[in-house]
Design a protein around this ligand. Structure first.
Ligand code: MEV
Length: 429
């Protein structure tokens, strides 16, 4: 049975973990090959992906464990350089799992294409002309990308706004057409951009204006995913802190972030610590997700917390996260990058909507991981424990020596490569 609970996974060697992974998920030797350090992304493939290629850049790929989302088990590939992130996500996922798991949902997957029109003699008349031609424009957009229509998606609707309409406006008037497109399981940048570019000449004719920009909007607010968790305080007990103390601390931390952009940006960065690694590992465009997420956090006029944390009538801690999630399970780098193909196999999601729901669950877990640490011992304790492992490795420790030396570094409160080298020398004498 597929399970995301693999106790003691972190204590195994990389080779043992790979063996366990392929056993748990029934992966072939060929599948797992993408994880070999010389098998990651062939430079010949990289050379076809971008320009001026001189090599490839690698990140550690870890597995977020213990995730139970809508009753389904997920092992979550995360590509990230920062220590503690994968451990913290897995730790919180275990707590949430013991509380019944995450529940999630997603909106329809509608992406927005924008067309900017300037120089209209009468903007109200131009707007009316576009609205009257709505169905023709939608049909023409679909004719420009028939394969998405064949897959059950395509352009569905449009609307038109006039910007800078007030006489006091700093900028010139312009008309902006939004084309709403169901991109199915694709992130959809190519689909959207092809469609809006194809409409430009018709839009110019209808408005007697000049079209400049024709491009997708990354504020994908019609393509959102939501995750929720409900945790009884007894599962939040941390060292000497009671569950109620931790719960109330998390709510205070949320209220701080939701009232102060200086805190919100760090709080939200912690959420993206969980989201980006999954977006990257699955071959998706993390800049698009980042841009959309931060803009969404400012949708009420000030920059606020992406998550909400509150206490319900039974005294449980409740967490919620809703974000635009312009990701896909087909297209883009997904089919060319061997590790992203493997990541999709590991994740076992059926659709982009399901992937989006997994990603917001990781973001919510990551936020709670950071807040739980911040309202108790602070983040440095756990962080230093993990950092000490990298320091031990940098000093030449191998195998079981790594943990022994790392623990000693933490005990002596001297997490330096120099100190670790001394300990390695003593150990190997
Ligand atoms: C560090 O990468 C992320 C945190 O700063 C997030 C937060 O402060 O909530 C710990």
């Amino acid at each position: 049975m597929r399970s995301s609970r693999i106790p003691g996974f972190y204590k195994k060697s990389v080779e043992e973990r790979k063996a366990l992974l392929s056993q748990t998920l029934d992966l072939s030797a060929e599948d797992i090959k993408a994880l070999d350090s010389d098998g990651v992304l062939p430079v010949e493939t990289a050379d076809k992906m971008i320009e001026n290629v001189v090599g490839t850049f690698q990140l550690p790929l870890g597995l977020g464990l213990n995730f139970l989302i809508n009753g389904k088990e997920y092992i979550i590939p995360m590509a990230i350089e920062e220590p503690s992130v994968v451990a913290s996500a897995s730790h919180i996922a275990k707590i949430v799992r013991d509380a019944g798991g995450f529940t999630t949902e997603a909106s329809e997957r509608i992406m927005i294409g924008q067309i900017q029109v300037v120089g209209c003699a009468d903007y109200a008349v131009a707007k009316q002309a576009l609205l009257e031609a709505k169905q023709d424009l939608i049909d023409a957009a679909n004719a420009a990308y028939p394969s998405i229509v064949a897959r059950g998606g395509g352009s569905q609707d449009l609307d038109v706004r006039i910007l800078n309409d007030s006489p006091n406006s700093d900028y010139g008037k312009m008309l902006v057409l939004h084309l709403y497109i169901d991109t199915c399981d694709a992130m959809g940048a190519n689909i959207v951009n092809t469609m809006v570019e194809s409409l430009a000449p018709t839009v110019e004719k209808l408005t007697s204006g000049k079209v400049y920009l024709r491009i997708l909007s990354n504020l994908a607010d019609r393509c959102v995913a939501r995750a929720k968790c409900v945790i009884p305080p007894k599962l939040l007990v941390t060292g000497e802190y009671s569950g109620e103390e931790v719960r109330d601390g998390v709510v205070h931390a949320f209220e701080f972030a939701d009232s102060d952009p200086y805190r919100a940006v760090t709080h939200n960065k912690g959420i993206m610590n969980g989201i980006d690694p999954v977006v990257i590992a699955t071959g998706n465009d993390w800049r698009a997700v980042e841009a959309g997420a931060h803009a969404y956090a400012a949708r009420y006029g000030s920059y606020r917390s992406m998550t909400k944390w509150y206490v319900d009538a039974e005294g449980n801690l409740v967490g919620e996260l809703e974000l635009p999630m312009s990701i896909g399970t087909v297209g883009g780098a997904i089919r060319v990058h061997p590790v992203s193909q493997l990541a999709h196999k590991i994740l076992h999601v059926e659709s982009a909507s399901e992937l989006a729901q997994v990603i917001v669950s990781v973001g919510l877990a990551q936020n709670l991981g950071a807040l739980k640490a911040l309202v108790t011992d602070g983040i440095q304790k756990g962080h230093m424990a993990l950092h000490s492992r990298s320091v031990a490795i940098a000093a030449g420790a191998t195998g079981e020596m790594i943990d022994i030396i790392a623990e000693q570094l933490v005990k002596e409160k001297e997490i330096r490569v120099g100190k670790a080298k001394e300990l390695v020398e003593q150990y190997t004498k």
